[in-house]
Design a protein around this ligand. Structure first.
Ligand code: SF4
Length: 341
């Protein structure tokens, strides 16, 4: 049986009490200088996901989506990787680069989507389906814990999902976990009828169609670009659907200045603006609250745990660290087969 993420896979995350409780204001420029110095002392490379704050993306050696970063991690020569993202991403980096020390700035940086599919619940569902006579492959989106990956046949990202699903014989059933919206979208584009797990991302779930349409009315010439983790009602009105790397490629392929309404985590606008400064990017707001205000739900609270202070602290103290767990071996086989071959 797998135990909780907060216990397994992590060495003691607690920082010295002085750091954790009384955190005085620190000048961001001083913090950046300190991080640069610690990087050299600790022989470290910083990887940052597109959903963390722009100031962290700016000090990173590599930025990208989770697939690109997992691959980048295997290419770095330094002995330490600081993964500015969430827990499952740092796990994947460790699994693909077992010889490296992998640090995650804040252990509480989880993922609502990954947590919607606990490994024991998945195992029970698989056993139930087998008992009912189903013959199936389990395909997991990369936003899953290593314990879940170890129970799966394939790992996909929004970038390679179609290709991997097409590899599975048509007469074989597929159980897709954990994102129901992405699974439904993939069923539409591949023509399969995958069995879906009822999971979703708290950020992409919440986009307001009403506000999106209102923003579109104000910007009639704009293009709506949406992540496939968004619900169907958002994808139906989108001009372009794709993961974060595909979004980047899409906006850079358009030369004339265009306004894009962006339905994904709002920090994604930072790399889009850097890649294609000729355009205007407008974040799509979350659902209206009862008071009539739009919420700030298009920011991922887990990604927001990555701050300059937490990056500096983890470099300084060498923790929290992702350590090798027994199920990482099986997870590695699936990850390598799916993403590196
Ligand atoms: S944006 Fe959603 S899927 Fe991505 S890390 Fe946050 S909760 Fe998880």
């Amino acid at each position: 049986m797998f135990t909780e993420r907060t216990v397994e896979g992590i060495e003691d995350m607690s920082l010295p009490i002085a750091d954790a409780v009384n955190t005085p204001y620190e000048d961001p420029l001083d913090l950046m200088d300190e991080i640069e110095q610690l990087k050299v002392e600790q022989d470290a490379t910083i990887l940052a996901h597109y959903y963390v704050d722009g100031e962290i993306q700016d000090i990173a050696d590599f930025t990208g989506d989770s697939l690109k970063l997992a691959r980048d991690a295997t290419q770095t020569e330094s002995s330490t990787i600081v993964f500015c993202g969430v827990h499952f991403m740092a796990e994947s980096a460790k699994i693909l680069s077992p010889e490296k020390r992998v640090l995650l700035p804040d252990l509480q940086a989880g993922c609502s989507l990954a947590e919607s599919c606990p490994p024991d619940a998945l195992r029970m569902r698989q056993e139930q389906l087998r008992a009912e006579g189903h013959e199936f492959d389990t395909v997991a989106y990369i936003n899953t814990s290593a314990a879940v990956k170890s129970l799966c046949d394939w790992i996909v990202t929004s970038g390679n999902a179609r290709e991997i699903i097409d590899r599975i014989p048509q007469d074989r059933e597929i159980l897709f976990v954990p994102d129901e919206h992405l699974g439904r979208y993939l069923n539409e584009v591949t023509g399969r009828n995958m069995m879906l797990w009822p999971g979703s991302c708290m950020v992409h779930e919440i986009f307001s169609l009403q506000d999106l349409q209102r923003t579109k009315k104000k910007n009639p010439e704009s293009q709506i670009i949406a992540h496939p983790e968004c619900p169907r009602n958002i994808l139906e009105v989108a001009d372009f659907v794709g993961g974060t790397e595909k979004m980047r490629t899409h906006v850079t392929s358009i030369t004339s200045p265009t306004t894009f309404l962006v339905a994904t985590e709002a920090n994604m606008i930072h790399p889009l603006e850097k890649a294609a400064p000729q355009h205007t990017f407008v974040p799509v707001p979350g659902i209206m609250t009862s008071t009539g205000e739009t919420c700030a739900c298009n920011r991922c609270p887990h990604m927001a745990r990555n701050t300059l202070t937490s990056v500096r602290n983890c470099l300084k103290h060498g923790k929290p660290e992702i350590t090798w767990q027994p199920w990482f071996d099986d997870a590695r086989d699936v990850l390598v087969r799916s993403l590196l071959k």
